[in-house]
Design a protein around this ligand. Structure first.
Ligand code: SAM
Ligand code: ZN
Length: 296
C-alpha cells in the first residue's frame, strides 16, 4: 500500500452552525438528535428546481410537481426522459454480488481507508454519488453517527440501500445531470468508483467541505483482468477546475476467495462470462483515493 500526501492532511469538517435551509426532513425522524441541518431536496423537473416539501406521504414543489416516498423511505426523483433503459444503472446481479462481497468483509479495509482519508466525523453530512446499495455511506453513518445521503440511478440499488440503512436518506436520480440538493448542502461529497459531476459536486458542497474520489488503481483485481489503466491524471484534470487536490493515497487489500466469491467479483465488475471455469484465488482490491477541497 503506497501513500503520497500532497499537502497537509485535512481535518474533519468544521462543526455545522445553524441551518441555512429549512429541513425537508424526508430522512428518518430518528435523526432528530443530530445537530446538522437536513439538506434540502430540490425538484428535479427541468427549469423548476425549487424546494421540495413534505406533502402527506410524498414530496411536492411550489409548482405542483409531486414525488412519492416509498414505504422503505427512499425517494424517486428520476425523470422519465433520464432513463436510458427500463432499469438504468447496476443490475440486480451486480448489486447482490457486490453486497455478498461486502458481507464477507472483503471491502472492510477499503471502507476504513476511505473513512481515514476523508476524516469522517459525526458532524459530517455526506453525499455518496453513485452509492450503489449504500455500503460505504451507510456504514460510515452507522459507525460515526454522521448524516448520510445516497443518490443512484438504479431503483434496485436505492431500494436495497433504504432497507439496509434506514437512518440515511436515499434518492433515485441521475447524478450526471442534476444532483437534487440545494447549494452548499454537504460537508463531504464522495464518489466511490461512482459518478463524476464536478460542477454539481461543487454546487452542493459547502465552501469548507471536501470531496473524496475513489477510482480503481491499476492493480485492482489484477489477478482477474491484468494491469488496469492509470486513471489518476485524467481524474485530477476532471476536478481541478473547481477543486484543489490536498491528499492522494493508494489503498489495497487482498482476499482469499472461493470460486463463488470470485464469480461475485466478476459480476460486480460486469464481467460474469469467462471461457474457463472460475477457481478459488487470492484477489487484490486496490483504490486510488483523491481528496479535494473546493476552490472559492
Ligand atoms: C461501480 S458502481 C459503484 C457503486 C458504489 N459506489 C460502490 O462502490 O459499491 C457504479 C454505480 O453508479 C450508478 N450509476 C450509473 N450511472 C449513474 C447516474 N447517471 N447517476 C447516478 N448513479 C449512476 C450505478 O447504478 C452503480 O450503482
Ligand atoms: Zn417542480
Amino acid at each position: 500500500m503506497g501513500r503520497a500526501p500532497l499537502a497537509k492532511r485535512c481535518r474533519p469538517g468544521a462543526s455545522m452552525g445553524s441551518g441555512q435551509h429549512q429541513p425537508v426532513c424526508v430522512a428518518n425522524s430518528r435523526d432528530a438528535t443530530l445537530h446538522h441541518p437536513v439538506p434540502m431536496l430540490l425538484c428535479p423537473v427541468r427549469n423548476c428546481r425549487v424546494e421540495l416539501v413534505r406533502d402527506g406521504g410524498g414530496l411536492l414543489c411550489a409548482c405542483g410537481h409531486s414525488f412519492d416516498v416509498a414505504r422503505s423511505g427512499y425517494i424517486n426523483l428520476l425523470q422519465p426522459q433520464e432513463r436510458r433503459s427500463k432499469h438504468p444503472g447496476d443490475t440486480a446481479e451486480a448489486l447482490s454480488a457486490r453486497r455478498r462481497l461486502h458481507d464477507r468483509g472483503v471491502t472492510t479495509p477499503l471502507l476504513h481507508g476511505i473513512a481515514g482519508a476523508s476524516a469522517v466525523s459525526r458532524s459530517d453530512v455526506i453525499l455518496d454519488a453513485g452509492c450503489g446499495e449504500g455500503f460505504y455511506v451507510g456504514s460510515l453513518a452507522g459507525e460515526t453517527g454522521c448524516k448520510g445521503h445516497g443518490v443512484d440511478i438504479s431503483t434496485a440499488a436505492i431500494q436495497a440501500a433504504a432497507r439496509r440503512y434506514p437512518r440515511c436518506e436515499w434518492v433515485v436520480a441521475n447524478a450526471d445531470r442534476f444532483v437534487p440538493y440545494a447549494d452548499q448542502s454537504f460537508t463531504l461529497v464522495m464518489s466511490i468508483t461512482g459518478r463524476m459531476n464536478p460542477g454539481e459536486f461543487r454546487r452542493v458542497l459547502r465552501d469548507d467541505g471536501r470531496l473524496l474520489v475513489a477510482i480503481p488503481a491499476p492493480e485492482d483485481l489484477i489477478e482477474l483482468r491484468g494491469v488496469g489503466r492509470d486513471r489518476l491524471a485524467r481524474t485530477m484534470a476532471t476536478f481541478t477546475p473547481g477543486f484543489t487536490l490536498v491528499d492522494r493515497q493508494r489503498i489495497a487489500t487482498t482476499a482469499d476467495l472461493d470460486a463463488a466469491a470470485v464469480r461475485d467479483v466478476l459480476h460486480s465488475i460486469y464481467r460474469p462470462l469467462r471461457p474457463q471455469p472460475v477457481a478459488a484465488m487470492r484477489v487484490t482490491f486496490c483504490l486510488d483515493l483523491l481528496l479535494f477541497r473546493p476552490l472559492r
